[in-house]
Design a protein around this ligand. Structure first.
Ligand code: ATP
Length: 422
């Protein structure tokens, strides 16, 4: 069977890598893919980004199943388009993807269905937003309504910072349409975790738990990034916490979407904030898997992902149980010099070791130029190590990444630190 994965990041490399392990798979196309998916003989890059052209390719090549990685094609309606042409595709429709593509939609949805989240108000008028901030005080969080590639959120520790964020988004129009409306919400303190499930419209299948590391530098310092590393499982999500998140957040979300007439299928990612008393609240929804959470999660998945995907697109996820590697997986992102503001591209990459049962390297911002691998984006690689504890998994990841070289390579040395603490 042939499969298509849409996207070009580390998340898509990890999904394609896992799908290609199935004995039933002949080839996994990755559109457009990266330097790593180009080099894997079981994968083939497809230089197509236009959704109609992609659908035509899928029909012509008899591709059995499409899995969509990033949010942009989902918000652009790839699932609506593929389904209208009778194609099997795993992901939410454009309407369901609003859980991620509009923060105002997500917040109103949560309020309507009693799903725990920070208190908020939505504004398109700057004067009203400023007045609200003065009334509420700092710290306070300002969010652009639309998709802003992780850059549309300002956690303001002072009133000045909060007012400035409103100016940037509403008055200076920094994020265009995505920032024409803003959500201002209560600051939540606590520890974050990523809670990702698969859904077929009604049945829910939770994946292994994980935690991301958003800040650029060790000890959670420096600017926010797309994510500098992740590990799985996340010990803060105990079995009791897992049951509670399913009961209070995930199940009401899936039931609420169905009730509102926009059933959700695809990966649903709830970004959680768990406070000191152990109460979880929803920071955000993503309608896709996390990057880099996917890399350690896929490294631990033992079940054939193709079979799972078939159940997912046929509405029979209730028949699936997932088997996980009992080890911890720690994924460390190697980023280019200048990331996140202005990553340097075109530097040669050397020394990526072959995959072993203890370590695998997934590509993101890499490209093959004249047979050589070079950096082509901010987050370049994600090295995943597996071990019987967080410490041993870290050791595998860090020993592996020491063999890799490109000019200006930067990475955090503490991925998984919260796991050591628990
Ligand atoms: P992503 O790249 O994860 O899609 P995003 O732009 O959708 O990011 P959010 O996940 O909503 O933004 O917020 C980004 C980060 O800001 C969160 O991971 C969290 O650290 C912080 N944050 C968001 N909302 C709050 C809040 N209410 N209180 C405290 N911190 C918050």
């Amino acid at each position: 069977m042939k499969i298509l994965v849409v996207g070009s990041g580390g998340r898509e490399h990890a999904l394609a890598w896992k799908l290609a392990q199935s004995e039933r798979v002949q080839i996994v196309y990755v559109a457009p893919g990266n330097g790593g998916t180009a080099r894997d003989s079981r994968l083939q890059n497809l230089p197509i980004t236009d959704l109609n052209t992609l659908a035509e390719f899928v029909i012509r090549e008899h591709i059995a199943l499409t899995v969509v990685g990033p949010e942009t094609p989902l918000a652009g309606g790839i699932v609506n388009l593929f389904r209208a042409r009778g194609l099997k595709v795993f992901g939410p429709t454009r309407e369901a993807a609003q859980l991620e593509s509009s923060k105002d939609f997500a917040k109103a949805f949560m309020k309507r269905h009693g799903i725990p989240t920070a208190e908020y108000e939505t504004f398109s008028d700057a004067a009203q937003a400023h007045a609200y901030i003065d009334a509420k005080g700092a710290p306070i969080v300002i969010k652009a309504d639309g998709l802003a590639a992780g850059k549309g959120v300002v956690v303001a520790m002072s009133l000045d910072e909060a007012h400035q964020a409103v100016e940037h988004m509403l008055s200076d129009n920094r994020f265009g349409d995505a920032g024409a409306r803003i959500v201002i919400e209560e600051f939540l303190a606590g520890e974050e975790a990523s809670f990702i499930v698969m859904c077929d419209g009604k049945n829910v299948l939770p994946l292994a738990t994980s935690q991301d590391h958003k800040r650029l530098l060790d000890n959670d310092q420096g600017p926010n990034t797309g994510g500098m590393g992740a590990y799985s499982p996340a010990p803060i999500v105990t079995p009791a916490m897992h049951a509670r998140v399913m009961r209070e957040i995930i199940n009401p979300t899936i039931a609420g979407m169905a009730k509102d007439g926009i059933p959700f299928s695809g990966f649903l990612y709830a970004g959680l904030m768990i406070d000191a008393a152990g109460n979880p609240k929803t920071l955000e929804f993503n309608c896709r898997m996390g990057d880099p959470e996917t890399q350690p999660i896929m490294a631990r998945l033992k079940t054939d992902l193709v079979g799972v995907m078939e159940h997912a697109v046929n509405g029979t996820l209730d028949a699936v149980g997932l088997e996980w590697d009992r080890r911890t997986a720690v994924g460390v992102v190697l980023a280019a010099a200048g990331y996140p503001e202005d990553p340097v591209k075109g530097n040669a990459i050397d020394g990526i070791p072959a995959e072993t049962p203890e370590a695998v390297t997934f590509h993101a911002g890499t490209a093959e130029v004249d047979g050589h691998l070079v950096t082509s984006g901010g987050r370049v690689l994600c090295v995943v190590g597996l071990g019987d504890s967080v410490k041993l998994a870290q050791k595998q990841a860090y020993e592996t990444l020491e063999k890799i070289h490109f000019d200006g390579m930067q990475y955090r040395r503490d991925i998984g630190w919260r796991g050591l603490k628990h």
